[in-house]
Design a binder for this molecule. Structure first.
Ligand SMILES: NCc1[nH]cc(CCC(=O)O)c1CC(=O)O
Length: 309
């Protein structure tokens, strides 16, 4: 007898996480010709969702998004977990495997509250708790003031409406998945780079669970995987954490990957940029770009990263 539900899919409870879990469930059922109830969504409360008033970097970093789901996987209470890959730590336990990367959505950030970075009023207050967004903004607009903005997408938009800030940034992918992609304007990667793996949904399962790995395999989108894995190699080469202002974007140009990356000082005064083209899977190239960025950074900025060139 086949067990039912066939797959228990763990997810965080935020509206965005639930929308992403439903997308994963839909793709799983489509790939296998299953009825929708063959995949059970199991909402789990993450530590990162419990503390809303302090920056993630201060309260323990990205591990707070995965700790509970990791435990539920280990205890076999779920078969797979759905994650925003940009929130998943660079180093994962060997007992877990990123078995599928779904086709990546819009990779860009959107600016909400002004028509462009240039159009922000002088001295504008910007709500964000991402070091990358803060530093990148201050690089272009040192006159702006950054205030901490956490919470899910709706909470941040409510804070903006309440006048706690003049503008904020949100990932286009998240807005799209919530059906709110009419909010704000997308920022051109030519001068505004997103976070590593932004816009990618990942399904993770136990490394030794062959049945689940086989079930998830057809959902994997190879071009998206190549891009986001290269971005994560850059991140690990920089030894970056969620304290480190790191921006990177990988696109396909034909069969090649084109990577643009930048690291910043917290105040944005320093920006070190780099670009490289390489073949998918060429991790050495992405690591070389990381080393090059660190080498060209000032000692103070280099100290924001654990890596040494
Ligand atoms: N940091 C929180 C987070 N994690 C994933 C997304 C959106 C979806 C994605 O980027 O894949 C967001 C919201 C945001 O940054 O605006």
């Amino acid at each position: 007898m086949t067990q039912f539900p066939r797959i228990r899919l763990g997810t965080r409870r935020s509206p965005l996480a639930m929308a992403q879990a439903k997308e994963a469930r839909r793709r799983l059922c489509e790939a296998h010709g299953w009825e929708i109830d063959a995949v059970e969504l199991v909402p789990v409360i993450a530590s990162g969702d419990k503390v809303q008033d302090r920056p993630l970097a201060e309260i323990g970093g990205k591990a707070l998004w995965t700790r509970e789901l990791d435990a539920w996987l280990a205890e076999e209470r779920i078969d797979a977990a759905v994650h925003s890959l940009k929130d998943v730590e660079t180093f994962r336990p060997e007992s877990l495997t990123l078995a599928a990367i779904l086709p990546r959505a819009d990779k860009r950030d959107r600016l909400i509250g002004a028509n462009s970075i240039k159009d922000l009023p002088k001295g504008a207050v910007i709500g964000t708790s991402a070091p990358r967004r803060a530093a990148q903004l201050l690089h272009h607009r040192p006159d702006c003031k950054v205030v901490t903005f956490r919470g899910n997408v709706a909470t941040r938009l409510a804070k903006l409406d309440a006048g706690e800030a003049d503008a904020t940034f949100l990932a286009a992918a998240g807005l799209e998945r919530l059906g709110q992609d009419d909010i704000g304007i997308p920022l051109d990667p030519a001068n505004w780079l997103p976070a590593p793996a932004q816009g990618a949904i990942a399904l993770e399962c136990r490394t030794r669970d062959d049945a689940t790995r086989r079930a998830l395999a057809p959902l994997d989108h190879a071009p998206s995987r190549a891009e986001v894995m290269a971005e994560r190699v850059l991140l690990s080469g920089l030894n970056g954490t969620c304290h480190s202002p790191i921006a990177v974007l990988c696109d396909h140009t034909g069969d090649m990957l084109e990577m643009r990356a930048a690291i910043f000082s917290h105040d944005g005064a320093e920006r070190v940029d780099g670009e490289m083209q390489f073949s998918p899977g060429d991790d050495a190239a992405a690591r070389a770009l990381a080393e090059d960025l660190l080498r060209r950074a000032s000692p103070a900025t280099r100290a924001l990263f654990g890596g040494t060139p």
